[in-house]
Design a protein around this ligand. Structure first.
Ligand code: UD1
Length: 433
């Protein structure tokens, strides 16, 4: 199993280019199931979750071409025939977002069979809201043997109010509603930029969607969608992670090819801690020449501070003077990075949904274990400023969502390398997020 070895202490200097957003690419790939014509997606990040989605779509009978060479960030998906509208447990268990195919499959094929995701490292994460919504659209749902089965002659437009804001739930039902008979009005929707990006693709395929990116989305169902070409938005979480890296290491880093409009809450919170940035149309330059001060932070749905940046923010606050209280409002049990940060010298206490970080303690290198995707990113950040050589185990979590992270960090001055098995196994890792 791969590990990352990072020697801390180098300031990050230069330019790093941000990849396409994994969380926009995944629903856009699922959306290709809605048509028998080719859908071409550009700016697809080369990360493991994309490869998992390729396998998932291919197992259903779709042709998925992931570009190589100069075209290596493009994928062409053609779901001409879908012999097996199913998502198996084998794939769903490694990537929970596989459940995103449920809505598209039942809308296009009239039936879908998708494994229930089960527990994962960052909490229970049920899909009851996806199921309730599909029932509102007229699908008959049964649950048996760990699978959800949805059947319909044709979905019917309906009014859906989400009990709770859910990102992939909004995306799943948005896809389903495009081919429903009549109008669907969805309220209390997730407002994430990834939802708006999916809607842009669906509209390019002939869907009639209004309001994506706000809490109310209207969809006028159509009978057929066609092929389209679409460019995925930049990854705001990758951008945020590099901005924190630039600041923590006392560097001068230009985070290029991002969309600062999607980073408002992150930049605002970082400014509160004393991080200095210069924001341009598609880049953020971060200068780490200021001391950092503590600032409390609550994770919220977009446009609030993203839960996917909580772990990275915690790494930053370990180096800020004073006490920061971090409240995780989206997922229970999303503080697994804290105990590893403590092993590196951080002073963090967890009380339920709150983490109390007493900052300003020097970090020292240690052997640490990545427990989920964003937790891994926070350990990389801590390692970049720790004294000595940190070894991060189970970096396959990181590979799910960060494209070429070690090459990107190395190019701006980090001392980082990937190695095979160099120390004995510690306790088994919890299930993946
Ligand atoms: C998406 C993101 C993930 C991010 C999360 C929150 C993708 C592929 N993943 O995950 O990176 O951390 O949004 O921004 O885009 N919930 C229910 N019932 C449901 C669905 C969700 O109770 O049917 C709960 C969840 O347990 C959680 C909250 O709602 O507490 C939000 O989850 P949700 O927005 O659905 O997260 P994901 O879409 O899985």
């Amino acid at each position: 199993m791969d590990k990352l070895v990072i020697r801390g202490g180098n300031p990050l200097l230069g330019t790093v280019r941000i990849s396409g957003a994994k969380n926009a690419a995944l629903p856009c790939m699922a959306a290709a199931l809605l048509t028998d014509e080719p859908v071409i997606l550009e700016n697809i990040p080369q990360v493991r979750d994309i490869e998992t989605t390729r396998k998932l779509l291919a197992a259903m009978g779709a042709e998925v071409e992931l570009g190589y060479g100069r075209a290596h960030h493009r994928t062409t998906i053609c779901a001409r025939t879908l012999a097996a509208p199913e998502a198996s447990y084998e794939l769903v268990k490694t990537m929970r977002a596989s459940t995103l195919v449920l809505g598209a499959l039942v809308a296009r094929c009239g039936r879908a069979r998708v494994s229930l995701p089960g527990g994962c490292a960052i909490g229970a994460r049920p899909i009851d809201l996806h199921i309730k919504g599909l029932e509102r659209l007229g699908a008959k749902i049964t649950q048996e043997h760990g699978y959800v089965e949805a059947v319909t002659d044709r979905l019917r437009g309906a009014e859906i109010v989400f009990d709770k804001i859910t990102v992939t739930g909004t995306e799943d039902l948005l896809m389903a509603a495009t081919l429903a008979d009549g109008e669907t009005i969805m309220q209390n929707c997730a407002r994430e930029p990834e939802v708006a990006d999916l809607a842009a693709l669906l509209n390019a395929m002939g869907a009639k969607i209004q309001g994506a990116g706000t809490s109310m989305i209207r969809v006028k169902g159509v009978t057929k969608l066609h092929g389209a070409r679409h460019r995925i938005i930049p990854d705001r979480i990758e951008a945020g992670t590099f901005i924190v890296a630039g600041s923590l290491t006392g560097g001068d880093l230009n985070v290029a090819g991002c969309d600062p409009a999607h980073l408002t809450a992150i930049l605002q919170k970082l400014a509160e801690t004393g991080v200095k940035t210069v924001v341009k149309a598609d880049s953020v330059r971060v200068m780490g020449d200021q001391p950092l001060q503590a600032a409390d932070m609550n994770t919220e749905e977009y446009p609030g501070f993203p839960t996917d940046m909580q772990a990275q923010y915690m790494a930053l606050t370990t180096q800020a003077e004073g006490t920061s209280i971090i409240t995780e409002n989206i997922f229970e049990n999303r503080f697994m990075h804290a105990q590893e940060l403590v092993r590196m010298g951080a002073n963090i206490k967890i009380e339920g949904r709150r983490a109390i970080v007493r900052g300003g303690t020097p970090l020292s290198a240690a052997a640490v274990l990545a427990s989920d995707l964003r937790a891994s990113a926070s350990l990389v950040l801590a390692a970049l400023v720790a004294d000595g050589e940190t070894i991060i185990d189970r970096v396959y979590h990181l590979d799910r969502g960060y494209e070429n992270i070690e090459e990107k960090l190395k190019a701006v001055g980090a001392e980082i390398r990937r190695v095979g098995n160099i120390f004995p196994k510690r306790a088994a890792a919890p299930a993946q997020s």
